[in-house]
Design a protein around this ligand. Structure first.
Ligand code: ADP
Length: 592
């Protein structure tokens, strides 16, 4: 595309040149005509002057006439010819008249001989030049005509000089006019160019820079209209942006994953929650096919189902990753545009893994509890039946069986008590704050030693304590004592007779640690992660034999959590274990 200035300027230039040529042509023609006329008048005057001179010459003095012609001709730079009535040439400036033919027939002489002024422009064979001739009649004493002539090239010479000046002037005018027209073209196109730049700025979103409202009325109106348009566009863009940001914020803060796909299963939108669930980068997957970027077959099938159905659909999706499985509950619905046309599908994903896990744990727990209760009940029932069937008759057997029954009943009791404890402590985890009080740790450790003294004495196990007397924490003393008792009890249970158990309390950074250390059988590494689960035992038979319920460590874990802390374990099989209750230190508690 040519620029506007290069469209206007050449037209201007052409117009100027045309005018110049036309004017020059017309002027040169008029000038030539004027010159010819002037020359003719001049020649006539000269001829008349010569004719006047002839009055003083009588007829028959041809030689004198010729001399006069030659003299006057040379004086005036004109060719003078004197012709008699008969047409015979008697005087001539540039020739010998005797050698000249009759001039009666010459176009200028013929009218002069009849008393009129004759004019002619033609080629003179005598002088071999284009000449202008003017002849006037002479009446007396010599009758005939006087002719004055000039070569036309004299006129042409004068004119040529004039033409040269005219051309030079014309070129000057043309250059000036070209410059002026260039300036005008620029003046017309510059505001347009500015407007183009302004429009480009608007297109780029810079609405704050308005167009200068100047120039002609049309441009002024255009600039104003464009400025108004910019203001309106700006306002609309702001609204759209605001709405988009709001939508973004709503989508981004949703806990549910939201995924929108078009009819070709290309991803239109994906919020942060969905990206986290599906482990993808929302920027990278936008606009791409779901099969290509999210390789989860369950999800792909669900999206296809949602797209195919005109009604909302529901389904469960299992995402399998290296180690864990995640369960998603998915809701799909058709996605419609403003006109209500279906353009794809919207899928909302809910992570229900935790719920599922809790369900599984509950189910397992019920099964475990039933199983744990069933064993002592079966035993009790069996021995009671044996007694009924006649064992009562043998007092020795009866006593033995009754002792077993009592042991099993105690076990039942222990399980039920532990379960009750556990459910009571678990309540604290579910939002009910446990009432904590500032209390020293030392009495708790000593209380735990007293509570386990009988079992320790039975196995001749020595229990050592190392706790600074001033150490305090915000605790529920009786609950914390129960946790420490459980740990010491285990340490005693799983230590060999004659061994020792060590109890320590100490501050460590942000935490207060209560350590229970033993040098017993220890625990294999693979059991450690599940050790604090309910009913988890390393060696079932041994635990039962020791009267364990499998709930002791679960209770410890929950008590630690109810205090805002946690529990950890380290063990080397054959060398013993260290169980640690981590409590938040006082200072952080006060700060929070
Ligand atoms: P239990 O009532 O069976 O002791 P716990 O929950 O207290 O149940 O303990 C779970 C399992 O952890 C026990 O069965 C035992 O195998 C193991 N365990 C706990 N404490 C120790 C310890 N100090 N030394 C070795 N093993 C232990």
């Amino acid at each position: 595309m040519r620029r506007l200035v290069w469209q206007i300027f050449p037209s201007f230039l052409l117009l100027i040149l045309l005018c110049l040529v036309a004017v020059s042509w017309f002027t040169s023609r008029s000038l030539r005509e004027f010159h010819v006329e002037r020359t003719a008048a001049d020649l006539e005057a000269r001829a008349r002057l010569v004719a006047e001179q002839l009055r003083h010459f009588p007829v028959g003095t041809d030689a004198a006439l010729d001399a006069l012609s030659k003299q006057l001709g040379e004086l005036t730079g004109t060719r003078i010819t004197i012709v008699l009535d008969s047409g015979r040439v008697v005087g001539e400036t540039s020739e010998d008249p005797a050698r000249m033919e009759s001039h009666a027939g010459r176009p200028e002489i013929a009218p002069a001989l009849t008393g009129r002024v004759g004019t002619s422009i033609r080629f003179s064979r005598t002088l071999q030049k284009e000449m202008m001739y003017v002849a006037v009649p002479v009446a007396s004493p010599v009758a005939g005509a006087v002719r004055a002539a000039l070569p036309l090239d004299a006129i042409d010479l004068t004119l040529r000089e004039l033409y040269l000046r005219m051309v030079l002037g014309g070129v000057g005018v043309a250059i000036l006019a070209a410059l002026i027209s260039l300036a005008i073209a620029r003046r017309i196109s510059r505001p347009l160019e500015e407007m183009r730049l302004g429009a480009a700025r608007f297109a780029a979103g810079a609405f704050d820079q308005r167009l200068a409202v100047g120039g002609s009325a049309e441009l002024h109106a255009l600039a104003e209209a464009m400025n108004r348009m910019a203001v309106e566009l700006d306002a609309r863009m702001r609204t759209v942006l605001l709405q988009r940001n709001e939508q973004e914020a709503v989508l981004a803060s949703m806990v549910e994953g939201v995924l929108a796909v078009d009819a070709e299963e290309r991803i239109l939108r994906l919020n942060r929650a969905a990206a986290d669930l599906l482990r993808v980068d929302p920027q990278q997957v936008q606009g791409r096919h779901i099969q290509e970027v999210i390789r989860k077959i369950d999800l792909q099938r669900f999206v296809a189902r949602a797209l195919a159905s005109p009604l909302p659909v529901e389904g469960d999706i299992v995402l399998r990753e290296q180690e864990e499985q995640r369960f998603l509950q998915a809701h799909g619905a058709p996605l419609r545009n403003a006109e209500g046309k279906e353009i794809g599908a919207l899928v909302v994903l809910n992570d229900v893994t935790r719920l599922r896990r809790l369900e599984t744990i509950r189910r397992d727990f019920v099964a475990n509890v039933s199983h744990e209760l069933k064993t002592p009940i079966t035993a009790i029932k069996g021995f009671v039946e044996t007694l009924q069937d006649g064992a009562l008759e043998s007092p020795e057997d009866a006593r033995r069986f009754l002792a077993i029954i009592i042991r099993q009943a105690d076990r039942l009791n222990a399980i039920v008590e532990d379960l009750l404890d556990l459910s009571r402590i678990e309540q604290y985890g579910e939002g009910n704050e446990i009432p904590l009080q500032l209390a020293p740790l030392d009495p708790i450790l000593r209380g735990a030693i007293q509570a386990t003294a009988i079992q320790a004495a039975a196995k001749e196990i020595r229990i050592e304590v190392d706790s600074p007397p001033g150490l305090q924490a915000r605790i529920d003393p009786s609950l914390l004592e129960q946790a420490v008792i459980n740990l010491v009890d285990n340490a005693v249970k799983y230590s060999d007779p004659g061994g020792r158990v060590r109890l320590e309390a100490e501050p460590a950074g942000d935490e207060l640690l209560i350590r229970v250390r033993d040098w017993g059988c220890g625990i294999e590494r693979q059991h450690l992660p599940r050790l604090f689960e309910r009913f988890y035992r390393v060696d079932r038979a041994r635990s039962r034999k020791q009267g364990g319920t499998g709930l002791g460590l679960a209770i410890v874990k929950h008590i630690a959590q109810a205090h805002g802390g946690r529990v950890s374990v380290q063990s080397t099989p054959g060398q013993g274990c260290v169980f640690v209750i981590h409590l938040p230190a006082l200072r952080t508690l006060i700060q929070s």
